[in-house]
Design a protein. Sequence first.
Length: 339
Amino acid sequence: MTIIVTGGAGFIGSNFIFHMLKAYPEYRIVCLDKLTYAGNLSTLAPVADNKNFRFVKADICDRTAVFKLFEEEKPDVIVNFAAESHVDRSIEDPEIFLRTNILGTAVLMDACRKYGIKRYHQVSTDEVYGDLPLDRPDMFFTETMPLHTSSPYSSSKASADLLVLAYHRTYGLPVTISRCSNNYGPYHFPEKLIPLMIANALNDKPLPVYGNGENVRDWLYVEDHCKAIDLIIHKGREGEVYNVGGHNEMRNIDIVKLVCKELGKPESLITYVADRKGHDMRYAIDPTKIHNELGWLPETKFADGIKKTVKWYLENRAWWETIISGEYQNYYEKMYGSR
Ligand code: NAD
Ligand code: TYD
């Protein structure tokens, strides 16, 4: 079995590669990644010498490079993690989100049509459903809900999902889609909530909470997401969408306070800043389908996962300090400087 993992030098893709090489030592895993600001080759150092692993630097929008790789590797399965993934960046500049997240998906699926594959899996997000009101705790995202996006990021992901389903219906491409809630864990890029708060707290810098901090996200440990994708590509039904989430809703402010507590830092570092434009209020996944059909359940409780995550950032300072000392400083100044 040969699997092409796109975006494997990013947060979830790298964790997926580690999981797959460990769970299936006989599989060949080929990572295709453009190494944008969010991709980091050093993340893949632990598997660089594995004889069943290959890294290829390429853009999923580059038809020639993608088709060449398919010719060389004759993959059985494609798992597409490659994306522009940060909502705040999409609000500043949507175009690259449309290019990578929509066109890139089409290029990958065109290669699948031409060369033939057993499965194309699209890694999507719960953000395609839009948001839920805070005063309706009985409401959850189900797979049959209409797509109702808020940000350029989520709109680009929803567009890609529609294209994936269209390639299934029109060309019979064997596809699956997973829509997961917010992930956390090792190798999470420091622009995102949890790693940003950990890095800032460790540097005794202000902890910028958007709006009133009452927005709710449904957090899942990254390894549990990887195990869900593993199950879907092996046992999921073609043409189906699977929601992935662990019933772990938390308010942003409570996450930030927990990070302070875990690191022994004062809550006085918390600073309320201007809200995100179009800020989604609440995400909450109903994972009944993946549980009933594939037996998936999250294994890591949030209380344990956050401890493991904080420990990882403490033990791997070089990884994130290298990132935040570079171009990231310009990004941080632009986004937070006068917020
Ligand atoms: P990330 O930003 O950490 O990593 C993205 C990776 O894709 C990087 O390695 C980057 O170099 C690569 N990439 C970007 N553009 C590319 C291109 N044109 N060609 C090839 N490679 C390219 O993202 P992540 O958090 O690991 O998310 C991975 C996927 O999971 C995304 O599709 C995202 O929408 C989805 N997702 C993320 C979350 C989350 O909480 N992080 C939740 C649900 C779904
Ligand atoms: P983020 O990690 O960007 O994920 P997403 O927007 O995809 O859910 O943000 C998680 C939540 O944290 C979101 O409600 C925005 C909020 N947030 C802050 O309050 N401050 C920050 O500095 C960041 C990055 C996010």
